[in-house]
Design a protein around this ligand. Structure first.
Ligand SMILES: C[S@@+](CC[C@H](N)C(=O)[O-])C[C@H]1O[C@@H](n2cnc3c(N)ncnc32)[C@H](O)[C@@H]1O
Length: 269
């Protein structure tokens, strides 16, 4: 159990690390691709799996809140699938700035809120039809139980939660290790991984940024936290494909295949 002041302290460290990393994200070719892409109404960064989940939900005509929206590319992608409105929440003001730049290019009517999810302002809009959490968000959360209670409070009655995340079991392996297939850390590790490297998705030379804290939340803990937050599970699927950084591609297409990512759909009961 971690107390609230420690949660806020860790979140603040992570905010500083993400803000300091933002410059790398709008200097790389991916940023140019996003700017060119969002000038087209149908452009989406979702892969086939998340596109199918949101199409079947359906996201069409729904109000969507994305927690940990980063530069807004996925909220804008949900809009391209027909979402009625979108609010992106992220505590990094540098990435929220990027989100507004992409939104302006897209001409979409998306809103963004620069806030720590653990200390949302009282006037935060609520009653959303869909809450979206995607790749690389859960591990930044020092307290997964409190996190899902806040997420649940953003949803309307019967509102739906969609998670499409990396699989926590993958955290046991280090793609940069001499033998990347040898377990490198325990699935049951309780302490966070601490890094002072810029948070980038490609293999560019990382610069030093303030320390950030990355937690491994076991699949059972994630599911239990959803249930404890008043969410009823509809579907959980584990996949053999990767939805994360390309350095993890080496774990795909194996005879003895690891789980690479998972999706979870739940509704507020
Ligand atoms: C890996 S990024 C999400 C990327 C997104 N899935 C995408 O593909 O564009 C994780 C985001 O979570 C945000 N974040 C981390 N801790 C947070 C917190 N306590 N409150 C709000 N946002 C947070 C970070 O600022 C970062 O932008």
């Amino acid at each position: 159990m971690i107390d609230k002041s420690e949660i806020l302290r860790i979140a603040e460290c992570n905010r500083l690390a993400w803000d300091a990393s933002a410059v790398h994200h709008n200097e790389n070719p991916e940023w140019q691709k996003l700017k060119a892409g969002f000038a087209r109404a149908e452009f989406s960064t979702f892969d086939a799996t998340l596109t199918a989940i949101l199409t079947d939900l359906p996201v069409l005509g729904q109000s969507v809140v994305q927690i940990g929206c980063n530069n807004g590319r996925e909220l804008l992608s949900a809009m391209a699938l027909g979402a009625k409105s979108g609010l992106g929440i992220d505590q990094s003001t540098a990435f929220i700035d990027q989100a507004y730049r992409l939104t302006e290019i897209s001409g979409r009517d998306c809103q963004f809120l620069a806030s720590n999810i653990y200390s949302l302002p009282e006037d935060t809009p609520r009653g959303f039809d869909v809450a979206l959490i995607t790749i690389g968000v859960l591990n930044w959360m020092p307290d997964i139980d409190l996190f899902f209670k806040v997420v649940s409070s953003l949803l309307s009655e019967n509102g739906k939660l969609v998670i499409y995340e990396t699989h926590p079991f993958l955290e046991v392996f280090d793609p940069g290790a001499a033998d990347p297939f040898l377990p490198a850390s325990s699935y049951f590790v309780e302490t966070p991984f601490v890094s002072e490297q810029a948070i980038v998705y490609d293999e560019s030379e990382p610069s030093r940024v303030p320390a950030s804290y990355w937690y491994v939340h076991r699949l059972g803990d994630i599911i239990t936290a959803c249930i404890d937050a008043g969410l009823c599970l509809d579907k959980i699927v584990e996949y053999p494909h990767s939805n994360r950084e390309t350095e993890y591609d080496l774990y795909t297409n194996q005879v003895a295949q690891l789980p690479m990512c998972f999706s979870l759909v739940a509704h507020k009961g």
